[in-house]
Design a protein around this ligand. Structure first.
Ligand code: SAH
Ligand code: AVI
Length: 438
């Protein structure tokens, strides 16, 4: 294991690795290249051309999902959201380039008279095509729904950090307390010298607890929120100056090509915060399988999964007294206005958090408080008073459900910890081949 002590040498190594991985990948996401170009530390080419679920990859299937305006029930919406998240964005980009989304037969007949893009928008930076596609499709389907990953622009990442400090948001402090209390047990089960690969690393606030315990060979934080990732890496480099850090700005829903420097190093995946809860079960299994493939057989995964608990604890965690979660939710509309030339009257929407007991999930919505009409990227939309845009699901799991979810994707639980009240679960699992049925 080559420990690169000097930050400049490390950056040079990362650049070399980036060049190799660029060659290794058949498809590079345009959006990642765009962001990746802003920092030498962020490797622009790492997303494998194979999405987690190849069946959902083809643009024809994506188009078909977009065309289905009869999506009445939320399970179907989840499937479509998963399809949208998993769709190979290169193909989505290609579809956009062909103006496939402008075809009213494929999207929504109401869009047939779509207003052309306002020339006043010409000065705006190029919007992320995948964001544009998800927003236009999400506002066109019924019920309306936009994938939660678009919360995380810089402002969204900052607001999420504020949420983690709220008294009502028990998740972060509980998971941190479990990690502190059991770091030594976790380290004895993982052993030293693993490359720690963190999925959805955000501020990497909990990461030092793990890095200090497991004596890692390298650290690979992965996040779509590029600017925020760069700041977090700079802080970690100061704290762990001898640790090679290889940040990846990208979408973890795809199987990733890890930096060449990690070849032959055993791996420990780290997926804290119950981010797995933001996916429905099929998407969660696809993601866990993609992680299995990214990390390889024999790897370990330390994952935080929030538990089912009384509604009087859950609802305030997602609808806090200070209104920070409301601001986080509404920031999605501001982001659409900022990046996609939207004219959404944000003050005409209110944040709603609901517990859906059948699905065992918190749902966040943005509800129109009056009839509204607006445009996004020149396309007209109307929402009647009381109707919502579904913006997030946060699934909660019982301990057995959580273990079953992991096993469904080839991860065998080998350790499990919780807090005194059993609010949150932390599971260590191992990537094993799925055994044959008896
Ligand atoms: N792990 C941190 C942050 C959780 S917030 C914690 O435990 O507190 C969820 C994080 O996942 C955000 O930083 C967000 O930018 C990132 N994220 C969400 N969807 C993603 C995706 N599809 N690919 C990569 N990162 C994603
Ligand atoms: C990142 N994710 C696990 C958070 C959650 O609890 O579902 C996002 C969040 N949404 C509202 N508050 C926090």
């Amino acid at each position: 294991m080559a420990a690169v002590g000097d930050a400049r040498t490390r950056r040079a190594t990362v650049r070399e690795d980036a060049a190799k991985e660029r060659d290794a990948n058949a498809v590079t996401r345009a959006a990642i290249t765009r962001h990746g170009g802003t920092s030498a530390l962020v490797n622009p080419a790492r997303v494998d051309s194979t999405p987690a679920d190849p069946a959902l990859a083809g643009s024809a299937q994506v188009d078909a999902a977009l065309a289905d305006s009869a999506l009445a029930d939320s399970a179907q919406v989840d499937a479509t959201l998963a399809a949208s998240a998993l769709a190979d964005s290169a193909q989505v980009d290609a579809a956009l380039a062909d103006s496939a989304l402008a075809d009213s037969a494929q999207v929504d007949s109401a869009l047939a008279d779509a207003v052309p893009v306002d020339s006043a928008l010409a000065h705006l930076p190029l919007p992320d095509p995948a964001f544009r596609a998800d927003v236009l499709a999400g506002l066109s389907r019924r019920p309306r729904a936009i994938p939660a990953r678009w919360f995380y622009d810089r402002r969204g990442s900052e607001l999420f950090e504020d949420i983690t400090r709220l008294p009502e948001y028990y998740l972060t402090r509980t998971e941190r307390s479990i990690l502190s209390a059991h770091a030594a047990d976790i380290a004895s089960l993982t052993g030293p010298g693993r490359a720690v690969v963190e999925f959805g690393s955000g501020s990497s606030a909990k990461t030092p607890l793990v890095l200090s315990a497991v004596a890692p060979s390298a650290y690979v934080p992965i996040d779509i929120s590029g600017e925020f990732l760069r700041d977090s890496v700079a802080a970690l480099e100061r704290q762990f100056p001898k640790l090679p850090i290889h940040p990846i700005e990208g979408d973890f829903m795809h199987r990733l090509v890890l930096p060449a420097a990690l070849a032959n190093q055993p791996r420990l995946g780290f997926f804290p915060g119950s981010t797995i809860g933001n996916m429905n079960a099929p998407a969660a299994v696809d993601l866990l399988r993609a992680m299995w493939e990214t990390l390889g057989e024999g790897s370990k995964l330390l994952i935080g999964i929030d538990r089912i608990k009384p509604v009087n604890v859950l609802i305030p965690a997602y609808d806090d007294a200070q209104g920070v979660t409301a601001e986080f939710n509404l920031n999605l509309l501001h982001r659409i206005n900022r990046e996609l030339g939207g004219t959404i009257p944000v003050s005409a929407f209110r944040h709603v958090a609901r517990w859906n007991d059948t699905e065992a999930r918190i749902e966040m919505h943005l509800e129109a408080t009056r009839d509204v009409s607006f445009s996004v990227d020149g396309r007209p939309f109307a929402i009647s008073k009381g109707k919502t845009i579904h913006t997030e699901n946060s699934y909660k799991y019982g301990p057995r459900d959580a273990r079953l979810l992991l096993r469904s994707a080839g991860w065998t639980p080998i350790g499990e910890w919780t807090d005194r009240e059993g609010l949150f679960g932390l599971i260590l699992a191992e990537a094993r081949a799925i055994p044959a049925a008896p």
